[in-house]
Write a protein that binds this ligand. Structure first.
Ligand SMILES: *Cc1c(COP(=O)(O)O)cnc(C)c1O
Length: 366
């Protein structure tokens, strides 16, 4: 069986370094708010070409704090793509603001600047652009729209650690950026983790406080905060893995290029890439008219696939109260109904990738 995703192969490559880092973290006797967390923050800020990084307990919390520090709340609207992982929208809802869903482009599947423009109202405060599947969204157009309308621009970079736009790293582009270190992400810990990056010192100071229950000094609180801290062991793992991230991303790019050049089946459509951006291929998603047949066929040939994501955010039951209807965001809905994610992780072997291509090229829609 060729797995859709597998983490034990990576562990086998780095286990001695991981063991050493975890042992060192344990030996300090300090398991949260530890020195190793600050060391990781410094490493990660540097990796993202960003002045500041604040590590938190997961990516959803990172998005929540990024919105909170901007004072976004009840009565405000935040524009988010409909085709994203649900956390992008949840973070908006946690603040009391309303997520306003926007369609994606028909070919890049990234946030549509044209549709975005039509969703702006006097209540709009911010836009969250998602670097979906590891590819940077049309940053130039989206940031121009944000500037012209005095909106904050946040990056949801949970799928794109290391991706670039005109040579600049994600995490350094918007007012703030949120990352996830969920185990399956390009940079993942053993457990849960996340981070916010920013160039703004005020945001940095305020987010550090909000992460730590809002404490201005020990046991004194000048606003309501959250316990969103990252553990020491998770940070120690991330410091080790960060050293390999560029190499792992390169291998993903190599696999993606092989898929792009060799999948030659008219029933398969791939994500259009933006020439200004370098994707880190968190996922390799295709669309195909009859995906059940396609997935069955690959399954019969022992190839696992997955779906990201089968239901767009605006049609989730939890957002029924927002009264969206099927047909409101047609590109996002088409993608949800026809997407299939092919195996994609750095440890896939060449022969596995070759077999996947061979099987896909044999697929016929009869
Ligand atoms: C994974 C992910 C998140 C949430 O991160 P968690 O660490 O799972 O909370 C947010 N946005 C996107 C686009 C994601 O892929």
């Amino acid at each position: 069986m060729i797995p859709f995703f597998n983490l034990t192969r990576q562990l086998a490559d780095i286990q001695p370094l991981i063991n050493e880092a975890i042992e060192k973290a344990l030996s300090t006797g300090i398991y949260t708010g530890a020195e190793v967390v600050r060391d990781f923050e410094a490493d990660f800020a540097q990796f993202c070409q960003s002045k500041y990084a604040i590590a938190v307990n997961n990516g959803t919390s990172a998005l929540h704090l990024a919105l909170s520090v901007l004072g976004i709340g009840k009565g405000d609207e935040v524009i988010v793509p409909a085709n994203t992982f649900i956390s992008t929208a949840w973070a908006v809802s946690y603040t009391g603001a309303t997520p306003i869903f926007v369609d994606c482009e028909a070919d890049t599947w990234e946030i549509s600047p044209t549709d975005l423009q039509t969703k702006i109202t006097p209540r709009t405060k911010a836009v969250i652009g998602v670097h979906l599947y590891g590819q940077v969204f049309d940053y130039e157009q989206v940031s121009q729209i944000c500037q012209a309308n005095q909106l904050y621009l946040l990056e949801d970079a949970a799928q794109a650690h290391g991706a670039t736009y005109e040579g600049k790293k994600v995490g350094s582009l918007g007012d703030l950026a949120a990352f996830s270190f969920y185990p399956t992400k390009n940079l993942g810990t053993y457990g849960e983790g996340g981070a916010i990056t920013t160039q703004n010192e005020n945001y940095f100071q305020k987010i550090k406080k909000l992460r730590n229950l809002g404490a201005s000094e020990k046991y004194f609180f000048d606003e309501i905060g959250f316990n969103y801290r990252l553990g020491a062991v998770e940070a120690a793992v991330l410091r080790v893995k960060l050293q390999f991230l560029a190499q792992w991303n390169q291998r993903r790019q190599q696999i993606a290029q092989f898929y792009q050049q060799n999948i030659q089946n008219p029933l398969v459509k791939m994500q259009k890439t933006n020439p200004q951006a370098t994707s880190v291929y968190h996922l390799f998603v295709i669309t195909t008219p009859n995906r059940d047949k396609f997935r069955d066929f690959l399954g019969q040939h022992n190839i696992q696939t997955a779906l990201h994501y089968p239901c767009p955010c605006h049609l989730q039951a939890a957002y029924k109260f927002l009264a969206y209807r099927p047909g409101d965001l047609p590109n996002a809905e088409y993608l949800a109904a026809h997407c299939v994610s092919l195996p994609m992780f750095a440890e896939l072997t060449n022969s596995e990738v070759e077999k996947i291509v061979e099987v896909i090229n044999k697929f016929l829609n009869f």
